[in-house]
Design a protein around this ligand. Structure first.
Ligand SMILES: Nc1ncnc2c1ncn2[C@@H]1O[C@H](COP(=O)(O)OP(=O)(O)OP(=O)(O)O)[C@@H](O)[C@H]1O
Length: 711
């Protein structure tokens, strides 16, 4: 929802603005009532239920002009009047100029058609028959140019098209036709060139090609392309969004208050407009000019500095009487300063709203993430393939687990278990256990620390295996590999997303191996289709180390306790002014700017529906019984794991290369134990195999650099 207010004269601008808005609204209501009542009086007069000199004259004139079309004209005018009157009711269709013009054209072509069908007779027209005088006049013009038959045919076509466009049928029809011809074309191509057409057509559908550039709004090929595949869950599994109306008196009162407060601090500024999001109202404030006398005694005008406004954030919070206030200076792409305050009539953001949005459909990508709605209510979407890993942070109760839940729901709404596998590590053991049983899930939701390390160790092995497979067929990335395999009838590799809902536990119990695994995966896993989504509530340097931070450029921050914490995650202040409960800032690595959004909230029922759908679709009642692929790696790290393993990892990472005898010396242990430790390091993918001719081994994890001082 975007509203912009017209520039006001400097004096009394606030009161003037509110007055102008009220007059405008009142004027529109009056116009609506006049239109509807005139149409109703005309209808009653035509039906003979009322009469009067003026009304009779008016009706005669209308009937003479429009003939039989009078009835349709009256209905059309009543419809337009109602659209104007009920423009503020959400469920009522918006006044759409294009459709109204189409309906009018349809009316006039129909008048002409009536006249054409009944012999182009001017006498009948004067009696108020056929299309009246207007219909006769139009039909005669067409007849003069094209002759009887062609004129009638053309009028028929014009009438048909304008009617379809007017009732809003033309756009869906053209989309349907487009889809139909695409399918026909695809089947023909497959029949001609492929042995197994179903495999090819499946492949085409599974890999929608991402489009670049601006988002088309209408039925261009890009917008029409992302039709939901049959195998994917239907949208009706998801809940509808609530409609909420904005509290206009509150919005206007706060706008006046902002200008007044700034003026009191000697800062001339104008609220040029506002945007209403699900939980935030953002005011666009245009800095004005201050007049100063320079050394020569001349008066010079100087623009107010942006920092003067942002420096007043606490005073504004106090003056506006709000809990929290954030200043975005300037709003990217605009010459305004943004002042954001909580919206009194907030609403929940539903996944369905974003999945159904034009923006989501215009950029089809299997790993598109529906993050939330921004301050104008527009969807914030990011492609995980491009990010390619995400770090999520926020204080307790700020919305991290809800966010991870909605990201998982979004991914499984758009990917089959053949295309996407997920692993969930949830030491908190609360939110994410609900996903047990989802066919996309490998094994079960892991809650034990040693098993979680097993998952990460497996991911490293899987990544290495995938690199070998990609190399063997000369494929640049997973997409290219899968395309080649589809042509050769080889194995299709799914994308893998690993979700970790609390990194702190892992980092505190096994800091070196966890950091090593995460960094190695983050650095190298993109090409092999392995992605990480890691959440934590502790933005401290021992949890989010410099190395981890450097490898997770995409970050989501929910509410933070302090601006220091905000800077740790976002390298900028701001997260400390968020409101909690899903209010977030997204650091997009592609634009490097911060985007504020209200995160999606997925309801328990939606999760249950999605899991039930996939269980049914894949016919697996108990998919979790399938052993997790990391099962073999877990025991060696469980109870039997050597206490010295963490120390050994730290040592080899510091030294960059190692050997069993070196471990023996440094850790002061016997050869058998050092050899066992070395085997375990190799098994975990931390060191490579023995290099030919020597006992030295290469260390596969990078050495951590010194922590950056920015903390
Ligand atoms: N996007 C959202 N929309 C509306 N409410 C939300 C949203 N996200 C979170 N909440 C509310 O905030 C509560 C806490 O969210 P959540 O459990 O995700 O926090 P958390 O950051 O994971 O906390 P912790 O770290 O303590 O587990 C939720 O129960 C919900 O009521």
């Amino acid at each position: 929802m975007v509203n912009t207010r017209k520039p006001q004269p400097p004096e009394k601008k606030n009161i003037g603005n509110v007055l102008a808005q009220t007059i405008k609204r009142f004027g529109q209501d009056v116009v609506g009532i006049l239109i509807v009542s005139t149409a109703i009086i005309t209808a009653l007069n035509i039906l003979g239920l009322t009469s009067g000199t003026v009304a009779n004259l008016w009706t005669d004139w209308i009937v003479n002009g429009f003939g039989w079309g009078t009835y349709i004209l009256v209905a059309l005018v009543i419809y337009i009047g109602l659209l104007i009157l009920f423009r503020r009711i959400e469920q009522f269709p918006r006044l759409n100029l294009k459709r109204i013009i189409s309906l009018e054209l349809s009316l006039f072509s129909m008048l002409a058609l009536f006249s054409a069908f009944f012999g182009f007779s001017v006498d009948r027209a004067h009696l108020g028959l056929d299309g009246g005088v207007i219909g006769w006049g139009l039909a005669s013009i067409f007849k003069g140019f094209l002759g009887n038959v062609l004129a009638t045919a053309l009028l028929l076509v014009v009438w048909l098209l304008t009617t379809l466009a007017g009732i809003g049928f033309l756009l869906p029809l053209s989309r349907k036709l487009d889809r139909y011809f695409n399918r026909v074309l695809q089947t023909t191509v497959n029949n001609d060139f492929s042995q197994d057409s179903s495999v090819e057509s499946d492949l085409e559908e599974k890999q929608p090609a991402p489009t670049e550039g601006t988002y088309p709004q209408t039925a261009t090929p890009a917008a029409a392309a992302p039709t939901r595949q049959l195998a994917l869950p239907p949208m009706d599994l998801l809940l509808d969004a609530q409609t909420s109306t904005s509290d206009e008196p509150f919005i206007h009162a706060k706008a006046i208050q902002i200008e007044k407060t700034l003026e009191e601090f000697g800062i001339p500024a104008r609220v040029a407009g506002y945007r209403v999001g699900p939980t935030i109202i953002q005011y666009a404030v245009e800095p004005g000019y201050v007049e100063k006398v320079n050394e020569e005694g001349d008066i010079v005008r100087k623009k107010v500095r942006v920092s003067q406004i942002s420096g007043l954030s606490r005073d504004l919070t106090l003056a506006l009487g709000v809990d929290r206030l954030r200043i975005e200076a300037p709003i990217p792409g605009h010459s305004f300063v943004g002042i954001e305050i909580p919206n009194t009539s907030s609403s929940l953001v539903r996944l369905k709203t974003i999945l159904n949005s034009v923006e989501f459909k215009a950029k089809p990508a299997p790993l598109n993430l529906a993050l939330g709605l921004n301050v104008s209510g527009a969807p914030v979407i990011a492609d995980l393939t491009r990010m390619p890993h995400v770090l999520v942070a926020g204080t307790t109760g700020s919305g991290k687990s809800v966010c991870i839940t909605s990201l998982i729901a979004c991914l499984v709404m758009n990917n089959t278990p053949d295309d996407l596998r997920i692993a969930i590590l949830d030491p908190k053991m609360v939110e994410l256990l609900r996903f047990n049983g989802l066919p996309h899930l490998m094994g079960k939701v892991e809650t034990q620390l040693d098993r979680m390390l097993g998952v990460l160790a497996w991911a490293i092995k899987e990544m290495d295996d995938r690199y070998k497979k990609l190399e063997a067929v000369n494929a640049r990335d997973l997409e290219a590999y899968n395309a080649k395999m589809a042509r050769r009838g080889g194995e299709h590799l799914p994308k893998i997303v690993i979700f970790i809902d609390e990194l702190a536990d892992l980092m505190l119990s096994a800091p070196d191996s966890t950091e090593g695994y995460l960094v190695r995966l983050a650095q190298m896993a993109r090409a092999t289709g392995i992605h990480l989504v890691v959440a934590t509530q502790r933005p401290s340097t021992n949890i989010i180390t410099g190395l981890i931070k450097a490898n997770f450029p995409a970050r989501i921050s929910f509410m933070m306790a302090s601006s220091v914490d905000s800077r740790v995650i976002l390298d900028a202040n701001g997260a400390e002014t968020l409101m909690g409960r899903g209010d977030m800032l997204f650091l997009d690595p592609e634009t490097a700017g911060l985007k504020r959004a209200q995160a999606v909230l997925v309801d328990d029922r939606e999760i249950e529906n999605i899991i039930a759908y996939w269980k049914n679709a894949t016919q697996t009642e108990t998919p979790a019984e399938e052993p997790a692929p990391w099962e073999g790696l877990v025991p060696s790290m469980g109870d039997d794991a050597d206490d010295l393993i963490e120390e050994a990892i730290k040592l080899v990472r510091q030294e960059g290369h190692t050997s069993t005898s070196r471990l023996q010396r440094k850790l002061r242990i016997g050869f058998p134990r050092a050899a066992r430790l070395m085997d375990e390091l190799e098994e975990r993918g931390i060191v490579g195999p023995v290099e030919s001719g020597g006992r030295e081994r290469e260390v596969l994890f990078d050495d951590p650099p010194d922590e950056p001082e920015a903390y």
